[in-house]
Ligand binder design. Structure first.
Ligand SMILES: *Cc1c(COP(=O)(O)O)cnc(C)c1O
Length: 236
């Protein structure tokens, strides 16, 4: 017999993949779009279930929470993304725990991460988190500050900028989030046009459980899904 939860999780995954594919078809994209399973508050056992169902990219938003959970997990080809705000004093630990940091929003943080990555003998891929306006969070770099930040970070040889991430405001109607997604794509296009060595703009991480289809229509290459896959989280 399958352990409780397995059936619904793989059914959720199947439905999500169908919806992702349909969104690609609507705009004539051939993909690929990566599903990043945001597993904050989700117990290790349920994360392992998602892995068995085929998920390989996972996102966590707190270093400490993941530090505790990852000891319980042996998932050889899982790739871990830090998607939440990172305090500079946790940069070293983040470099040890995560394959990619998706929430870089200041030069100070980038420098700490670069130093930790250099000490660890690795190159750390990162995304720049952009604050498009009206977000619940105060984190993220403002669009007008983005080119200068990207340029400074490009000179840190142990970091590799791969693209942009954003967390637009929640709207009941996902259509109302579309302009934010479009704006992020335009920002990525304009940065790509500046041709900065060491700064790639191939990744656009945008779209969450309630609006990921609109994000894909607007060019998301990665969507970050928590509740759509794992079910509702406990209230904070
Ligand atoms: C929690 C979280 C998500 C996933 O949210 P859902 O609405 O549950 O899909 C995505 N991105 C970030 C940065 C998050 O913190």
């Amino acid at each position: 017999m399958k352990p409780a939860g397995t059936v619904s999780l793989s059914a959720n995954l199947g439905r999500i993949q169908e919806r992702m594919a349909a969104a690609c078809r609507r705009v004539g994209r051939s993909g690929p779009v990566t599903l990043v399973a945001v597993s904050k508050t989700v117990p290790a056992e349920r994360i392992a279930e998602a892995y068995r169902a085929g998920v390989r990219h996972f996102g966590e938003n707190r270093v400490q929470e993941f530090e505790e959970k990852h000891r319980l997990l042996t998932l050889p080809s899982a790739l871990w993304h830090l998607v939440g705000h990172l305090q500079t004093n946790k940069a070293k630990r983040a470099v040890e725990l995560f394959e990619r940091v998706d929430s870089v929003d200041s030069l100070r943080l980038a420098e700490k991460l670069a130093a930790a990555a250099r000490a660890a003998g690795r190159t750390l891929p990162v995304l720049l988190q952009v604050r498009l306006g009206e977000e619940q969070t105060k984190h993220g770099v403002r669009p007008e500050e983005l080119p200068a930040l990207a340029e400074r970070i490009a000179s840190l040889s142990s970091l590799g900028v791969k693209g942009l991430m954003a967390l637009p405001p929640f709207r009941e109607d996902p259509e109302e989030v579309r302009p934010y997604f479009r704006r992020l794509r335009e920002l990525a296009d304009s940065l790509a046009g500046r041709c900065m060595p060491g700064v790639g703009m191939g990744v656009l991480s945008m779209g969450m459980s309630h609006d990921f289809e609109v994000a894909i229509e607007e060019g998301a290459t990665e969507v970050r899904l928590g509740t759509a896959l794992f079910g509702p989280r406990p209230l904070p």
